[in-house]
Design a protein around this ligand. Structure first.
Ligand code: CMP
Length: 139
């Protein structure tokens, strides 16, 4: 089925000016960028977005990293988009990511791992709503 997923290009990637290279990976995989916005997250926004990880030891560092520079939030659309995006991204830890994935090729480490992608249809719905209204998404 055609799905939508929320993607974030993270500060380590905007800092290196590789957002176009990352977008090319999505498009080459058949994913369409149907909404996109560059923004600087506040601490409160990053805390809220990653609230599910609140109790994890990496939470405070993650929030600091995600607010350290601009991010590009985007909605990707396509057949099986949630799973397809996860394949294109590769494993969270770039040292474990398959060859040819975004994280294997661009990520610096498990935290500065260049991209985020929703992990389920429910999460995708919530995460898209966090950044976009329906009128911002043009399929
Ligand atoms: P993301 O897919 O955005 O979801 C949570 C983020 O936490 C993850 O990518 C990483 O950027 C970051 N993170 C840092 N350390 C860890 C860890 N040990 N396990 C999982 N995620 C981590």
């Amino acid at each position: 089925a055609v799905e939508r997923t929320l993607s974030i290009i993270k500060p380590d990637a905007t800092e290196r000016n590789i957002t176009g290279k990352i977008n090319q990976r999505f498009e080459d995989a058949g994913l369409r960028i149907v909404a996109q916005r560059r923004l600087q997250l506040t601490t409160e926004q990053a805390q809220a977005f990653y609230a599910v990880h609140k109790e994890r030891p990496f939470y405070n560092d993650l929030v600091a990293f995600m607010t350290s520079g601009p991010v590009v939030a985007q909605v990707l659309e396509g057949e099986n988009a949630i799973e397809k995006n996860r394949e294109v991204m590769g494993a969270t830890d770039p040292s474990k990511a398959d060859q040819g994935t975004i994280r294997a090729d661009f990520a610096k480490n498990i935290e500065a791992n260049s991209v985020h992608g929703s992990d389920s249809p429910e999460t995708a719905r919530e995460e898209i709503k966090f950044f976009f209204s329906n009128i911002d998404i043009v399929g």
